[in-house]
Design a protein around this ligand. Structure first.
Ligand code: S6P
Ligand code: ZN
Length: 196
């Protein structure tokens, strides 16, 4: 049994695109820098930052609309602006636990990239601005990166039962990193990349 309410009649919620939240909301996950230590390349820069503070890198909220026969879920993520060394703040990134589960993301504020990688090691990066909609096919790991000076906010539509597999992409790392060089985002090969 899952712990969520059953929504057998239509309901609505109200999203704030500027703040990246919605009401009513019961499910909030906050990721601070210390929760993300394994994903950043420059470990020295990470340790130096953590000595001073442990900022919120991103938070995401979700609303599981569970019925006896379905589990459509709405989510919103806000990634704060910031960097570790010269690498931009980003989400942890994951495959879905169930290999037949897709997802749709919609960027509503800020700018950045969605990094995608499949099990064969094919890598893609989709550039985001407000209004960009990206379909994530089943079997593609996904990570959003905030390359702007303000928050990057995006909506997600998925099935709750898709689940999260964080471990697989964490083991190898994504093929490319996004770093800032001369005030611009630049892709470089991930020096910590391991074969899967
Ligand atoms: C769920 C969906 C998003 C992410 C959220 C945080 O399938 O892709 O709601 O969970 O953007 O990213 P992550 O990688 O920490 O789960
Ligand atoms: Zn996902």
């Amino acid at each position: 049994m899952h712990p969520y309410n059953l929504y057998t009649i239509p309901v609505s919620l109200q999203v704030n695109f500027d703040l990246g939240n919605f009401e009513p909301c019961s499910e909030l996950i906050v990721r601070n820098l210390s929760d993300l230590s394994s994903i950043f390349n420059d470990q020295q820069a990470l340790q130096d930052l953590l000595v001073v503070e442990n900022p919120v890198v991103y938070e995401f909220r979700y609303a599981p609309f569970v019925t006896p026969v379905s589990d459509m879920t709405f989510g919103i993520t806000r990634i704060n602006p910031g960097k570790v060394g010269n690498e931009y703040y980003m989400t942890k990134g994951h495959f879905h636990e169930h290999p037949d589960q897709p997802e749709i993301y919609t960027c509503v504020r800020g700018c950045g990239y969605l990094l995608l990688e499949n099990h064969a090691g094919e890598f893609k990066a989709e550039q985001w601005q407000p209004g960009t909609v990206t379909h994530i096919p089943p079997g593609w790991a996904h990570r959003a990166v905030n390359t702007g000076d303000g928050p990057l906010i995006f909506l997600a539509f998925y099935h709750l039962s898709a689940g999260h597999d964080y471990g697989t992409i964490e083991k190898t790392g994504f093929a490319s990193l996004l770093i800032e060089q001369e005030d611009k985002p630049v892709f470089i090969s991930n020096p910590a990349r391991k074969s899967g």
